[in-house]
Design a protein. Structure first.
Length: 394
C-alpha cells in the first residue's frame, strides 16, 4: 500500500485544509502588497566633484545626463499618492537646470520634497529658493571631520567652506522663522573617517543642524573602497566601538540627533532600510529600480564588491516612466514578484512572532530561534540583494 493510505484519515484531512489555507495566503499576497510611498529620483548624473567612492568616478558610461523635465512632469501625476520625493542619484542634483521647477512640482502636488547635495552650490540664491518652496529636508554629504580626510575622499570639496554654507542655510531658515527644511549632515563612515565622528558631532552642533547621520560606505565599487569598510559579520573593532560610544555620549550631551548605522551584520533583517516594498528609485533615464544600488550607472553594467569578492552586476529595472505610468510599472508582474519575496519573508516572520506569545524556558527560546532561522531560510531575500550590504543591515 502507498504512503498516503498509511496516514490516518484525520491527519490527511488536516493536511488538506492546511494546504488550502496556505494557498489562500499565497494567493492573497498579491492583493495585499503595499502601495508605493517614497520615490527617489536621480535628476542628473553630472557632478562638480570627483569623490573616490562614487561610481561615476570609476565607470565611463552614463555621465552628464539630465532627467528629462517633460518625463518628470508626466510622473508628477503620481505625486499626490506618495508621501515623499527625494531628488538624489549618482550626481549633484543642484546642477540640474530645472531642479527647483521639479521641487515645485512635488510640493504643488501635496507631497514632501527633499534632496541630498555635496553642498558646494549652497549659495544665497539657492538658499532663497529652498526656503521659498519650502523644501522639506536637505541632507549634505561629509566624509571627514577635518579637511585632510574630507578632501581626500570628496575631491574638490573644502570642509570649512562646506560647513559655512550649511551654517548659512540654517541661519537663513531660522531668521525666516521657518521650521523647514530640516538640515542633516550625512557623515560617511570609513576607516579613515571613523575616528573623527566625535569632532563632527561638535561641529554639527556648532552650526545648528537638526541631525547628524553616520552611514557606512555600503556600496564599494573598487577594492580600495571595500578595504575601507568597518562593518561585517564579525565583531566590530574595539577602537571603533569606543569612538562611536564617545560620539553618542557627546551627541546626547549636546542634544543633537545622531544616527549611527550598525557595524555588525545580521542575517535576520526582514526588509532592508531602503524598503523596496514601498520605496523605489528612478534613474536618470526614467527607468524604475527597487533602489539606487540596483542602477548605479543608468543602463550600464557595473561591478561592486561584497565580502572581498567582485560582483559583476546588471542594472535591475522593471519598467520605464517614459513608456508607462508609475502605477503601471508598479504592477508589472516581474516587479511584483520581486516585492512578494520581501512581503512573504516579513509576513512569515510576523506570523511566527504572533504564534509565540510567551516563552517559558531557555529551551523554548532556543526552539524559537531555530524557527526564526528556518522561516528566514525558507523566505530569502531576492537573489540580487543577497550580495548587497544593505540586506544585512549596513
Amino acid at each position: 500500500m502507498g504512503e498516503q493510505s498509511e496516514v490516518p484519515l484525520i491527519d490527511r484531512i488536516k493536511r488538506f485544509f492546511r494546504k488550502k489555507e496556505q494557498g489562500k495566503k499565497q494567493a492573497g499576497t498579491k492583493s495585499t502588497l503595499p502601495a508605493p510611498a517614497v520615490a527617489q529620483v536621480e535628476v542628473t548624473t553630472r557632478c562638480n566633484l570627483k569623490c573616490t567612492m562614487c561610481p561615476r568616478t570609476h565607470f565611463s558610461g552614463e555621465k552628464n545626463v539630465d532627467f528629462p523635465f517633460e518625463v518628470f512632469e508626466s510622473f508628477s501625476a503620481s505625486f499626490p499618492k506618495l508621501n515623499h520625493v527625494h531628488l538624489q542619484g549618482w550626481g549633484e542634483p543642484l546642477l540640474h537646470p530645472r531642479i527647483f521647477d521639479m521641487a515645485a512640482l512635488v510640493t504643488q502636488n501635496q507631497c514632501r520634497v527633499g534632496f541630498t547635495t555635496n553642498g558646494s552650490l549652497l549659495d544665497d540664491r539657492v538658499i532663497a529658493e529652498i526656503l521659498r518652496l519650502p523644501v522639506h529636508h536637505v541632507a549634505v554629504s561629509v566624509a571627514g571631520a577635518d579637511d585632510a580626510v574630507h578632501g581626500a575622499i570628496r575631491v574638490g570639496s573644502n570642509l570649512d567652506t562646506l560647513l559655512g554654507r550649511v551654517a548659512n542655510l540654517v541661519d537663513a531658515r531660522n531668521a525666516a522663522g521657518q521650521s523647514e527644511p530640516a538640515v542633516h549632515l550625512s557623515y560617511m563612515m570609513t576607516r579613515k573617517s571613523a575616528a573623527g565622528l566625535p569632532e563632527m558631532v561638535r561641529k554639527a552642533h556648532e552650526i545648528g543642524v537638526d541631525r547628524l547621520v553616520a552611514p557606512n560606505l555600503d556600496c564599494p565599487v573598487t577594492i580600495e573602497e571595500e578595504e575601507e569598510r568597518i562593518f561585517g559579520f564579525g565583531e566590530p573593532e574595539k577602537a571603533i566601538e569606543k569612538v562611536l560610544d564617545e560620539a553618542r555620549i557627546l551627541a546626547n550631551d549636546k542634544k543633537l540627533r545622531l544616527s549611527v548605522y550598525p557595524l555588525k551584520f545580521s542575517d535576520e533583517i526582514l526588509v532592508c532600510e531602503l524598503n523596496p516594498l514601498t520605496q523605489f528609485f528612478v534613474n536618470v533615464h526614467g527607468d524604475v529600480a527597487p533602489c539606487p544600488y540596483a542602477s548605479l550607472m543608468g543602463r550600464t553594467p557595473y561591478d561592486r564588491y561584497f565580502l572581498g569578492e567582485t560582483v559583476p552586476s546588471q542594472p535591475l529595472v522593471f519598467g520605464s516612466l517614459v513608456e508607462a505610468s508609475m502605477e503601471a510599472v508598479w504592477q508589472n508582474e516581474e516587479y511584483r514578484k520581486f516585492r512578494v519575496q520581501y512581503w512573504n519573508r516579513r509576513t512569515a516572520y510576523d506570523n511566527l512572532s504572533k504564534s509565540r506569545t510567551s516563552i517559558h524556558s531557555v529551551f523554548g527560546l532556543q526552539d524559537y530561534i531555530r524557527e526564526i532561522d528556518r522561516v528566514l531560510a525558507q523566505y530569502p531575500v531576492p537573489p540580487f540583494c543577497r550580495t548587497c550590504y544593505k540586506a544585512f543591515g549596513a
